[in-house]
Structure formats: structure tokens, C-alpha cells
Write a protein that binds this ligand. Structure first.
Ligand SMILES: CC(=O)NCCS(=O)(=O)O
Length: 349
């Protein structure tokens, strides 16, 4: 039985699950997102290269992926540290940092942030979406990928001895590519060896989450210890959502704070507003899924930091929790979503 059994693994070592407190299960504290750059409309070229300033904030909120600098969250360590200190003051305890290979994971920075702020940080093992896979990654067998993921959890990643405490976010697109399928199978095999939590980034299609779960299931993965991220931009039909929920994964609404008219990665999608996200949570609770819900902001660009006029990492604790309570979600249910469910998910078997 690995030493992680019954514990949560942070970048500073193992902790007791009860130490976690309120936990955001899908955040990024340092990463790059250049892989998802969206070409700028011809008339907007100047805005796309202008410094990030208040007068451009609305344009940036509507076009976050067309501004190169905005995709470099890794340049904001001081601002992120300030926000983490506020997060602690607001009653936050822990964060899962979902940056995996392909979007510039930086474990020493995560360790430094954890030491300086007292927030428990859990780092992610594995690989982001296909477009970020190196030639070397593409050539690897499932067995080799499994060994690497297991080693990132048991021994440390990126040449450090800093150990990851979850596998993911494992990136998949739509349709799921062969290289992504290999990584999914390796994820399931590694999870079988380790008894650890897994978190998935699905493609932007209603069928994508179910297809990922089927691949993991066939490879022996533990779906009850797996989180499906980004449901807020992926499954809209209530019946489809309930069908998916029956498959048994955690159901994550992790784009709180993101409100935009045109979602550039899939123009057929109407990105919901936060009030609609709260309605989705209330619906899932009414349908009996309060033990399976997780929430977060998935901050991955600069403009969402308070330094740039964004909502920051405290938005859920300060604004969304009161809204949940005002919409009939009880304090006990809020605590399940923010404390108990993350604890159950993050504890190694
Ligand atoms: C970092 C990351 O993958 N964020 C998800 C953005 S998306 O628009 O929900 O795909």
C-alpha cells in the first residue's frame, strides 16, 4: 500500500484530509495558454498588443484568448501570491493546481506559493490536450506514459522531487485523438496502481465527457474518483446532464467568473452566466447529486486576476456562496461542495 493511502498529497508533502478546508478543485496559479491563441479580428490588431489597462478590460473579457500577453499567467507570481493571501483570509484552505505537461507546469513556484501563503496546493500529473503533446510523447506506449505519470506522483515531476497529488487536468479534445486516448488509458492504469484522484478536461461537445468516461472505464479507471471538468460549457441539455451524471464521476462547474458573449473555442456554445451556473447546481442537488458536485474558477489568463480588474480566486467564497444560499442551497450543501466532496475526491484510497 503506498504511503499516500488515506492522505492528501500537496506540494509540501502529505497532509490529513481534514486539513484541506474549503477547496477550489480546478485552478491555475502559474501556466501559459499560448496553445489556445485565437487569431485577432483584423480591426482589433492594436487592442491585441496593447498593454492590459482598464479601458481595454471589456474587450479583453470578450476576447481573452486573442491577446498574447493575457495568456502568460506565469508572469504574475507576486499578484497570485497576494490573491492567495486574500483567499486564506476569506476562509479558503486549499487549491488543486491543474497545470499539466504542455501548459508550463512550474512545481518550484507552486511550492514557494504554498510556503508563503499557507494555502495547501495540490499539483497535477500527466498531459494537456493533443496540440501540446511533443513528438516524444506521441511515440510513447501506454506503458511508458503510465510509468511517467506514476513517477510524477510517487517521486516528483519535471526533474524535481515535488510530487503531484492528482492526475490531471488530462486534456482531451473532440474528437478525441489517438495520442489523447493513449494518455487516458495510461491515466486509468496509473490510477489503478496508485488509488489516486483523476481530473479530466473534456472536448467542447456534449458527447465528449461520456466518451472519456467510457475509455477510462474500459482501461480499468475508478470513475467514482474521477472529476469531469468544465461541464458549464459542455453539457446544456438537462436530460443529457442526468444521463452523464449516472456514469458516476464528480460533476465540476469550474468556470465561475467567466461571462462572455461569443465563446471563441465553439461559437455554437452560449457560455452561461454565474447565475445560470448556480441554477445548474441547484438542479443537480434536487436530482440527488449533492455528493458529486465540485466548483472552481479555472483562472488561466491574467485578466481574471483582481490586479487587472478581474474577479480573482475569492469570487466563489465572497459572491457565489451568498448567491447559492439565496437560491435555496443550504449551508450544509455548500459545505459538502466546498469541503466534504473535495476531501473525499483528493484522499488516496
Ligand atoms: C486551462 C483550460 O483548459 N481551461 C479551460 C478553458 S475552456 O474554455 O473551458 O476549454
Amino acid at each position: 500500500m503506498p504511503e499516500q493511502s488515506g492522505k492528501v498529497q500537496t506540494v509540501l508533502g502529505l497532509i490529513e484530509p481534514d486539513q484541506l478546508g474549503r477547496t477550489m478543485t480546478h485552478e491555475h496559479l502559474t501556466m501559459t495558454f499560448e496553445c489556445s491563441h485565437v487569431p485577432t479580428a483584423p480591426g482589433d490588431k492594436d487592442l491585441a498588443t496593447a498593454p492590459i489597462e482598464m479601458k481595454h478590460l471589456h474587450w479583453l473579457q470578450q476576447n481573452p484568448y486573442s491577446h498574447h500577453e493575457n495568456l502568460l499567467l506565469n508572469q504574475e507570481i507576486e499578484a497570485v501570491k497576494e490573491e492567495l493571501l486574500c483567499y486564506r483570509k476569506a476562509g479558503g484552505g486549499s487549491m488543486v493546481e491543474n497545470t499539466t505537461t504542455g501548459i508550463t507546469r512550474n512545481l518550484p513556484v507552486l511550492q514557494q506559493l504554498a510556503k508563503e501563503t499557507g494555502v495547501h496546493i495540490i499539483a497535477g500529473a500527466g498531459y494537456y490536450v493533443d496540440v501540446t503533446h511533443s513528438d516524444e510523447t506521441r511515440k510513447m506506449t501506454v506503458e511508458k506514459l503510465t510509468d511517467i505519470i506514476v513517477s510524477e506522483v510517487l517521486h516528483g515531476a519535471d526533474g524535481t522531487d515535488i510530487r503531484c497529488g492528482v492526475i490531471g487536468e488530462i486534456g482531451t479534445g473532440w474528437p478525441i485523438t489517438d495520442s489523447e486516448k493513449k494518455v487516458l488509458r495510461a491515466t486509468a492504469h496509473a490510477q489503478t496502481q496508485l488509488g489516486c484522484p483523476v481530473i479530466i478536461h473534456p472536448g467542447r461537445n456534449e458527447a465528449a465527457p461520456g466518451e472519456v468516461i467510457r475509455i477510462l472505464q474500459e482501461a480499468g479507471g475508478d470513475i467514482s474518483k474521477t472529476v469531469m471538468s468544465h461541464l458549464d460549457r459542455t453539457i446544456f441539455d438537462k436530460q443529457e446532464l442526468l444521463e452523464f451524471a449516472k456514469m458516476g464521476s464528480y460533476l465540476e462547474y469550474d468556470l465561475f467568473g467567466t461571462e462572455m458573449l461569443n465563446y471563441p473555442f465553439n461559437l455554437n456554445v452560449d457560455m452561461p452566466a454565474d447565475s445560470q451556473r448556480v441554477q445548474a447546481l441547484a438542479f443537480l442537488i434536487k436530482e440527488g447529486y449533492e455528493d458529486r458536485i465540485l466548483i472552481a474558477h479555472d483562472i488561466h489568463t491574467k485578466h481574471r486576476l483582481t490586479k487587472y480588474g478581474g474577479h480573482g480566486y475569492c469570487h466563489i467564497l465572497q459572491n457565489i456562496v451568498p448567491k447559492m444560499l439565496s437560491r435555496g442551497i443550504t449551508q450544509n450543501q455548500v459545505d459538502k461542495i466546498l469541503i466534504e466532496n473535495p476531501k473525499q475526491w483528493l484522499t488516496f484510497k
